[in-house]
Design a protein around this ligand. Sequence first.
Ligand code: SF4
Length: 467
Amino acid sequence: MPKKRVTAPVEREREHPARLDLIHEMINRYPDLPPEAIFKEDMLRTGLAFSPEALRLAARFKSKAYFIFSFDLVPLAEMAQQEHLYAPEEIALEGGPYDFRRTIVSVRLNPRSPYRVDVVQGQAVLKLEGTPIADVYFEPVPAYYTRTLSNGKRVIDIAPTIEWGYLVYLTVYRICQYFGEHEECRFCDINENYRQQIAAGRPYTGVKSIEEILEALEIIQETDTVSQAYTITGGSITTRLKGLTEVDFYARYAEAIERAFPRRWISKMVVQALPKDEVKKFKDAGVQIYHPNYEVWDERLFALLCPGKARFIGHREWVRRILDAAEIFGPTHVIPNFVAGIEMAKPYGFQTVDEAIASTAEGLDFFMSHGICPRFTTWCPEPLTALGPQNPQGAPLEYHVRLLRVWRDTHAKYRLPVPPGYGDPGIGRAVFSVSAFMDVIDVGHGSTMAASRDGTESADARRMHTG
Ligand code: SF4
């Protein structure tokens, strides 16, 4: 049984903190959701500020790697404290006035955010508009982050980890061949982020070699027991890269990793929805989980928000290919992502939360009825994207809160297993940091079992059954 919840703040430093009132309204209206998940979604769409003391403290811990996109709400050039150099990758929230169960949140920098990490008597504390919310903990620097490759590159550039060390994130191509307003996805800053990181002087490898990846993984393997999965990803390849098509370029990495470290990690691939014969190459290379991200369910919005994908592949074909992929990987091992909230982005999106939720719920029901479990990343309206400047607040909090319920309930309705490759589910245990879907997952609906990298029960799943 969960501990008795505290839903009122014990102290307020301001009389009418509007955001906190909104949070309380959501907590009261949706008591079936963990309050931690509501705070988490709000922090992800709003970003996080750090006091100078908190930044100094955080600098001693694992720092933000900029593993693919910026995931910040201001450009690097506008960070007066150079937060991008010192801020942590993620924070863990625990205890405090709301009695938080451990909740991992990805750090999205926003010096103007009402959410601020401060230091009180030596302890980092999250405050919302001045009101303490929870204690904050940072992840220690893993041993492999202190090592460098033989070519002098740092592991944090070549093979950073997220999700509190669970996932090795291999963005092997940091650029996307969808360029400009007629092709680039309108919520994506992969190309702009690459430019700003290079301009800021950060070592940021555009195309990582297989040799670099293997050397970095060797270092991780020598020193680490926390990481359980890796993701291979990068920008789309519409022509060729190093003479190779998208499937052949990315499959080589999985093949090389699986040859060098067979089944050491759960192997995941995030690329476009490709034809069945090409997807089979990933399977043959040793990939276990395929993520052909559809970004947004509504067909009209897909065309407007993902113009390159719409033109080169199209929404219907994309969806068809997701279903085809389930025949190769099995439906539980096809996990397409969508960007939660972009369906409400001005000027194209739905005007009301009801419409947005109805559309997204339709997509969830469609895929989940086929045994395919989409997951989502909470939209971060980065300023260097096409949508960012018009949508600095992102989508309404009510949308994100209701989405958590719809996702949880649809997942339970079809009695689907816990999506593999995300670690343990449930509030207090989840490590997935860029949305709260793993925090709210219903682990009690009977058929739930996390699949492991070899298709048998994982250690996480065994703990679920025996604990
Ligand atoms: S396909 Fe779209 S979301 Fe993916 S990297 Fe390219 S622009 Fe970004």
